[in-house]
Design a protein around this ligand. Structure first.
Ligand code: AMP
Length: 451
């Protein structure tokens, strides 16, 4: 299928050509016919599938006709990064349409955003909190919105935005086209989707399995040894491409980036405490290759769309198996191979088990040959002090199977409890089989069906 089968307006075709898209991705193939016909859409797709253009093209096509100078399309997204990325795509795809788009999110002054809205932007891309501020204070109206997109609905739910979204909906006309995208579809999200979509067309793109081009390896390791294992692995692996490392807390991201810098890596941290300008700078440096290693929390990294990430490292295991799939989906894109390393300490075994359940297979476990797993933990007083009030940045999810809901510590896995001090999780047989440094092993290349 080609883009010309969708009968898009010439200005929009120009945008597609400018972006360098030649053929629609599977999510675009499935979404475009129904969305262009005005149908509601329930889309199950992760970042990386091309979902942004799947909802932007129908918006641009519809808005190209009709009145200008007021908000006609609203896109609600969980993070500023994602809002900015959607806006960049809207500007590129829509350049020839002369439609105007504006981003709305907190952490920056209100003046500039409101000025752009008042100048007559037709497309608003907003995070829920700041948008609701503007609606409550009547600084902005969305009562003429014809098209609504909720992007990454599951993440908005995890971040506690559901009540805000429900209130935002009250400011909008009931008569509208709604497109609802989510990487996962837990029960609460399904209920929300059922409430707001009318007779939707469901499109689904391999939402719960990582690309087969990603080689996944699990490194069981005691918590205190994670930083040294990481440095050793990075050195031996001679990681040359872009590397994205995930930590559980903002504080952890910052500290780890500093450690990596000290060890001579070009690294930076992306976390919620940064000013908007600083976040932009960090992202820009990572995109352009000035910084090679980015340490991020799930929330800060949500929606990061950077091509050619060669390695994803789960320094801390994610709270949910869905987050794992999302994290490692950043590598192995577009048929390229990628590697995902996960460091799992004894108290993260529940997460490992949940991931393996979702994947339907055990993760391959490895030990780094020659790495001293027997170094004891430093005495409590010598451990770095946790900053008062530092908490995980992502809210623990209460999804079934995710374990550790409500922030309660997890019980160790029985598999872990029965084995050695630092190599827990490895059966003697698997240890023997895997007791090689696979770091320099060429990644397996398998054809990908879903990117
Ligand atoms: P998304 O899932 O929307 O974040 O898109 C992931 C990446 O795919 C972005 O860099 C898009 O620019 C790119 N992309 C989207 N649609 C296409 C297409 N039809 N052909 C090639 N690349 C695309």
């Amino acid at each position: 299928m080609q883009f010309d089968s969708f009968d898009l307006k010439p200005e929009i075709v120009k945008g597609i050509i400018a972006c360098g898209y030649t053929t629609p991705t599977p999510i675009q193939e499935q979404t475009l016919p129904a969305a262009l016909a005005g149908r509601d859409i329930l889309g199950l797709a992760q970042t990386g599938t091309g979902k942004t253009a799947a909802f932007l093209l129908p918006i641009l096509q519809r808005l190209q006709d009709g009145p200008r100078g007021h908000v006609r399309a609203l896109i609600v997204a969980p993070t500023r990064e994602l809002a900015e990325q959607i806006n960049e795509s809207a500007m590129e795809l829509g350049r020839a349409t002369k439609l105007r788009s504006v981003t709305v999110y907190g952490g920056v002054g209100k003046g500039g955003q409101l000025q752009q809205v008042r100048r007559g932007a037709e497309i608003v891309i907003a995070c829920p909190g700041r948008l609701l501020d503007y609606l409550d204070s009547k600084e902005m109206q969305i009562n003429k919105v014809e098209m609504l997109v909720l992007d990454e609905a599951d993440q908005m739910f995890d971040m506690g935005f559901l009540p805000a979204i429900r209130r935002i909906l009250k400011y909008m006309p009931g008569q509208r086209q709604t497109m609802f995208f989510s990487a996962t579809m837990p029960q609460d999200i399904r209920v929300l989707a059922n409430n707001i979509l009318i007779n939707p067309v469901t499109v689904q793109i391999a939402h719960q399995k990582p690309a087969e081009t990603v080689t996944q390896t699990l490194y069981p390791v005691a918590k205190h040894l994670k930083p040294s294992l990481l440095l050793e692995l990075m050195q031996r692996h001679d990681i040359g491409g872009r590397t994205l490392i995930f930590t559980r807390t903002k504080h952890g991201a910052k500290g780890l980036a500093q450690k990596l810098e000290k060890a001579g890596h070009s690294a930076d941290a992306l976390q919620g405490n940064l000013s908007q300008n600083r976040r932009r700078e960090v992202m820009h440096n990572f995109r352009t290759g000035k910084v090679r290693v980015l340490v991020a929390t799930d929330i800060a990294a949500r929606g990061i769309d950077v091509a050619d990430i060669s390695h994803v490292i789960n320094f801390d295991m994610p709270e949910t198996p869905e987050a794992y799939v999302h994290r490692i989906g950043r590598t192995g894109r577009a048929e390229k191979t990628g590697m995902a390393f996960s460091f799992a300490s004894r108290d993260e075994q529940d997460q490992v088990r949940a991931i393996e359940k979702l994947l339907g297979k055990q993760l391959e476990q490895h030990q780094l040959e020659g790495f001293d797993y027997s170094v004891p933990a430093p005495p409590k007083s010598a451990e770095p002090q946790r900053r008062p009030g530092s908490r995980p940045q992502s809210r623990p999810s209460a999804r079934p199977g995710s374990g550790g809901a409500n922030g309660k510590p997890r019980a160790p896995r029985s598999r872990a409890a029965s084995s050695g001090a630092n190599t827990f999780g490895l059966s003697p047989q698997r240890q023997a089989n895997n007791n090689t440094n696979n770091a320099n092993r060429a990644p397996r290349r398998t054809p990908s069906g879903n990117r």
